[in-house]
Design a protein around this ligand. Structure first.
Ligand SMILES: [Zn+2]
Length: 272
């Protein structure tokens, strides 16, 4: 009898482990792969196994479908847009800059999992939230990050305080919305002036179709950032990855290169 109970308990434990093993969060792996810094085995080992009980419904296609995901978003902060998305003095501006005062609270635009929360080059203190459906939001130049990597947040949760860390000349929030790692104009989703999402967002499947629908109506003045980069003298994959805010691994994959490939001046590289 006792043996039977032990056997059943062990079997249940085994099945439970199997069930959990199927729920490795691939979305957080994505960000680790995209890191330009070498990822050690120890870091890979620390990727959390997420059991079915704690998986939010949007990851399983529960109560929110991808078609309505963007309409659920709320503003990360209220303030005046001081620099719009798009080319800016020869560089690509991949987000929308909102003027804030130092220490103003910045809120999660939607439910999701924090996939980065640290100082990151010109972004300064940066929080990245993965919302599922390949959509992420970036909150940059923070004076302080209030959430840790891999934590789940709800829409409206405080995630950071406004600052001017990284490459910033004034206190503001640099806010990005990305789909498949490609930055889109956040003004397609948000009407920052009136502090709400656009009505059109409710019918849109994703950011790409939102761009196609709203761009001709003049909601966004800029195209998504340039998807190509022309190699200049003195460039390296490392430099290009930093300049275009992507990673060497992504550049290699998109352009059939290896990290040791020799670049030619004038060579055109795909960035996203
Ligand atoms: Zn910016």
């Amino acid at each position: 009898m006792i043996k039977t109970i032990i056997f059943i308990s062990l079997s249940l434990l085994f099945l439970l482990n199997m069930a959990q093993a199927q729920y490795i969060n691939v979305d957080s792996l994505h960000v680790l792969q995209g890191s330009p810094l070498p990822v050690s085995i120890a870091e890979l080992d620390s990727i959390e196994m997420i059991s079915p009980e704690v998986l939010p419904e949007y990851f399983t296609g529960g109560f929110i479908t991808s078609g309505y995901l963007l309409s659920q978003f709320s503003l990360p902060a209220k303030g005046k847009v001081i620099s719009r998305f798009g080319p800016r003095s020869g560089r690509m501006h991949t987000g929308t800059d909102i003027k804030l005062n130092k220490g103003d609270t910045i809120y999660a635009a939607f439910d999701g999992q924090v996939t980065m929360s640290k100082y990151y080059y010109g972004y300064g203190n940066l929080v990245v939230i993965d919302h599922g459906h390949n959509i992420e939001t970036y909150y940059s130049h923070l004076s302080k990050c209030l959430v840790n990597t891999s934590r789940f947040v709800r829409m409206g949760d405080p995630i950071g305080l406004a600052g001017a860390t990284g490459r910033a000349t004034t206190t503001h929030l640099h806010f990005e919305v990305r789909e498949n790692n490609k930055p889109y104009d956040a003004e397609l989703v948000f009407d920052f002036e009136n502090g709400k999402t656009r009505d059109e967002v409710a019918n849109m499947e994703n950011l790409a179709s939102l761009h196609n629908e709203l761009k001709p109506k003049g909601y966004s003045v800029n195209q998504p950032v340039s998807q190509k980069y022309v190699v200049r003298s003195g460039d390296s994959l490392y430099k290009i990855a930093r300049y275009t805010k992507t990673t060497i691994q992504v550049l290699c994959r998109l352009n059939n290169l290896t990290e040791k490939s020799i670049l030619q001046i004038g060579q055109v590289l795909h960035i996203y």
